[in-house]
Design a protein. Sequence first.
Length: 453
Amino acid sequence: MKLPEASPKQDGQIRNSMLILIAFATAFFPRMLETVGFPSVVNFLHFATVPLAFFWILLQPPVNDRQHILNSKILLTGLFVLIGVATASAIVNSAGVINVILSFLLLAEPFMLLLALVWTPIAPENLQRFKKWIFGFASFHIGLALAQFVLLEAGILKPGRLGLPQDNIQGVFYLSGSGHVVGASVSIAYGIYYLISAKASPMWLRVGILAASIIQIQVAETKQVMFVSLAAFLLLVLVSVKNIKTTIQYAVAMILVGYAFWWATQNIEFFRNYNSWAKPELYGPEGEATVLKLSSIRIIISHYESALNALFGLGPGHTVGRLGGWMLQKYGDLLAPLGATVHPASQETWDMVWGTRLGPRSSMFSPLYGWAGIWGDIGWIGLATYLYLSSIIWRRFCLDDFSKFLMLNIFIHGLIFSQMEEPGYMLFMAVLIGLRWHEIHGSRRLQNRPVDY
């Protein structure tokens, strides 16, 4: 019996979805690949695969929806503005061309991957195939993290350079400085998504995956991930006030969850580590945590030489973002021959971190964090451009509360550490938002209902 052949259109959809999957995988797995012996350049592979997939797919016919095409073009225009601002900042501050390219891609890749994912229609069977791959990647990540915990407890896996055993529970982000936080953030997002999206799976499996992600948060002692999730849920309630019924439902759920969480921190040993933050003296205007957190802002401003620095910052990769704070130092041998430039503001901020009691203990109090990095590198104009791009996603691509919850998680993480520029985390968030867009968009079309952008 001859098997039916895929039509050219279906074959193109498969190629597009596989291109996106490969691009995503190059950002999701490189830390693990480097750990098992791959050269460090594997961490840069996504800087090629994501743009290639993006431009290839944008050459394909888009979804036959005039409003969606308009939304996509608005986002594309915003990306052109962002690279223009980064270039202007580099000119003002004599930053290297490679600084511009890497800084732009660190910020833009999630938008590019999301736009590639929603640009063309995907047949239901191809969408399901793509989701199974993503589910497999994320489930493997959670399983690996829990296996790392068991091996650490058994003494088989040694903590190594990361010091505390729980810092080594990182899943596919093993070994990286804040991989336990990034890994737990990915897991809880996947756990919630699987619970609400995998409706064909049995409830015990959906609840089990969510429970496994929460266990990972606990054994890795990533308190900030739980804090960010609860804060994002609170903000989601506040931004949903236009729907009174939904707001009341969320408010009741938030009160119950909040009380249960507080009770657990007081009465269950497994949750007592959250009490280590309950020290009001750290958070006043002159508190140790406040002074350290804001030190990068003071350092950046101290290097201003003209009003142009306020508008365009100190240059791409010149302050406390992922590029200036980590990559230019860690991969200096690779990037320096390409013309990469550095700025003393980055090292001065690190000196503040290592010169305090809190700095080395928790990324929660780090002065190197996403929003400060964007503002420090490309100034108020760059920060406004990034916020505008984010608002496009919020208003035109986040079609349900879960997608907005993910966005709020990103925004809050951006106030803590450099997670807004962590490719594996950000591209995973982009994929989940894109999948929800396809699910909701497809469902409403089947019901002949208009899509509310």
